[in-house]
Design a protein around this ligand. Sequence first.
Ligand code: KG4
Ligand code: ZN
Length: 332
Amino acid sequence: MSIILGIESSCDETAAAVCINGSIVSNVIATQAIHQQYGGVVPELASRAHMQQIMPVVVKALQEAGVGKNDLSAVAFTQSPGLIGALLVGTCFAKSLALSLNIPLIAVHHMQAHVLANLIERPNLAFPFLCLTVSGGHTQIVLAHSATKMELLGETFDDAAGEAFDKTAKILGLPYPGGPLIDQYAQQGQPLIAVAEPQVDGLNFSFSGLKTSVLYHVQKMQREQPDYITENLPNLCASIQARIVGILLKKLERAVELTGISRVCLAGGVSANSGLRHGFMQLAKLRGWDAHIPSFTYCTDNAAMIALTGWHKLQAGELASLSISPEARAAW
Ligand code: KG4
Ligand code: ZN
């Protein structure tokens, strides 16, 4: 029997989870509300909050799993990418625990874990599959050859999809994070307003031109109509959402064409977007894809995906040395 403790601290969620023989038995998250008042994640505050929360979160995850620390087979933690100070807290905690218990340490790449989150509720999902990972920090199309071998087919050159939602929301005067609010208002509006579609070759993305086009449009309209945003909020949100979702799905469709792989998944916080979920499932039906979207809990940052990735890496013998350091950015 192998019992893995997973620890996630790459951004503003302190999380711990336990995986027993490939099944998640506990999944605890402490979200840091402090960043809301600043309109974005403040790295220093994130690190401090991780230090306060990591112990109670780990204790709760072990309790909920009904295991003690001496039952653990290995400790897995997010080693990269992320905010360096935030990653340091999880890394130090995981290293100390592994050292004191004399058990293996497993370093997990956060983006690989997002992809493998699809296996939490669908453990028999066959490889290879494609995954569109869309979060506040990343936009990637990944080809998963196996649990431990992944290939990056495309990524964003500038803003991530979640950033595109949050930054356009900010232009509309909505609080951070604006993505879920754009989703809400979009449901009452129509995509009648032109939003730029940046042109990028291959399977890569760009969203910064989209944001600028919304800014210029709003500024121009407000000169004649000062209440333009409030009077047109649902249509503005519907137009922004339709454009972002359209760009994402167009590239995903292209990835399926290029690879011939029609098993397709979503990952990351933006997969909570109702327009993306709906558009993705409709496209899957139309094209005959085998499609899967994880539950919301496993789309956003969580430690269940870290614990499960740790379990796969343990099977593959991919262990880390106790001298390992976290990295803000790292290739797969
Ligand atoms: O994966 P995640 O929880 O954190 C990381 O960035 O790693 O993703 C957060 C992002 C934020 O940009 C947030 O605005 C976006 O996901 N998001 C949404 C929705 N829910 C979360 N964007 C659009 N529509 C939503 N319903
Ligand atoms: Zn993430």
